[in-house]
Design a protein around this ligand. Structure first.
Ligand code: FEC
Length: 294
């Protein structure tokens, strides 16, 4: 029987402030970057205190190590936009003798503009050197829904589920992203026994085209106008503390709420919590239980 390994993939974060220009260039994939957008990004990282090390990368490493212990299989991390790259993780898995590799992204919802990019990088790196079992999405995963519901249950606040926005053109191509997000939100709300909730997008990027909305900042104004006084933000499209949580929610959305006189809290992110690691392990075990296509 061939040996098995996991390539655990994340967006990636610049390791230090000096890496931000190269990191942003990687995200843009060669398309031009307006100097003011780069300055703004450097400033956001600076204000989060990311001078010499990145909290996102440290969290991903803790999650990797915990998953490896839980599964008893080698788990290698690969970043979409920084190092170690997804190709580095694939090489490490192959060097360890893996004949079957499970590819799992630390983002639950599929879009051609997000998960497909991870898949393309991993497929190109592995080629025909091992069997690849890529997990496309896990937005209905029981353990994931349960752990989010546990963080929301009992709140007296209006729950706002959020996820990263994407260019609105994805809808015309039948991309499942938005439907999958709403499905997760509905499942979590049902399990938490609340019907006082809504959904908004966050973290839109200045690319000059329309993005999916409503954006959380507009949505907070709208909720305030409806008489809502307390909001609990539950990001469902992210699983760890990073720029989009620590800046877009904890700074921008918190400031907007304060100006409106709205009370705003957010759930703790799953990061490397044991129930989350157990959920990831369940997804990997299921992927490995599927008989080989060969
Ligand atoms: O903490 C960190 O250092 C990294 C945080 C981070 C995460 C993340 C997740 C997602 N993104 C998704 C889509 C896009 C699209 C563009 C885009 C741009 C950025 C920029 C930064 C950034 N993203 Fe991101 N994303 C994170 C960080 N993202 C920084 C560039 C500056 C800015 O816009 O603020 C637009 C690309 C373009 O310009 O063409 C599209 C999606 C996710 C959630 C799924 C995943 O995690 O892969 C979707 C974390």
């Amino acid at each position: 029987m061939s040996s098995k390994a996991v390539v655990l993939m994340a967006y990636g974060s610049p390791e230090r402030l000096a890496d931000v220009p190269a990191y942003y260039a990687d995200i843009r994939g060669g398309r031009p970057i307006a100097p003011e957008h780069l300055e703004d990004l450097v400033e956001r990282y600076r204000r989060l205190g990311i001078e010499e090390s990145s909290p996102l990368n440290a969290i991903t490493e803790r999650t990797r190590a915990a998953l490896e212990r839980e599964l008893g299989l080698p788990v290698h991390t690969g970043m979409k936009h920084w190092t170690p790259r997804i190709a580095d993780a694939a090489e490490a898995a192959l060097a360890g003798g893996a004949g079957t590799i499970v590819g799992l992204v630390l983002a639950p919802h599929y879009s051609a503009l997000s998960i497909k990019g991870y898949r393309d990088q991993l497929e190109a790196a592995v080629g025909d050197r091992a069997e690849l079992r890529f997990v496309e999405s896990w937005f209905e995963e029981e353990g994931f829904v349960r752990l989010l519901a546990d963080k929301v249950r009992g709140t007296h606040a209006h729950v706002v589920f959020t996820a990263h926005s994407l260019p609105a053109r994805i809808l015309a191509s039948g991309d499942p992203y938005k439907e999958q997000l709403l499905r997760t939100a509905r499942l979590v709300a049902r399990a938490a026994e609340t019907d006082d909730w809504s959904f908004s997008f966050q973290s839109e990027s200045p690319t000059g085209e329309p993005w999916l909305g409503p954006d959380i900042l507009d949505h907070l104004r709208e909720l305030h106008g409806r008489g809502v006084e307390r909001v609990l933000v539950c990001p469902v499209g992210f699983v760890s503390d990073h720029l989009e949580i620590r800046w877009d929610i904890d700074v921008e959305a918190v400031e907007a709420a304060r100006e409106l006189g709205l009370e705003l809290e957010r759930i703790e992110m799953p990061n490397d919590e044991p129930p989350f690691v157990a959920t990831l392990a369940a997804i990997v075990r299921r992927a490995l239980a599927v008989p080989s296509a060969a």
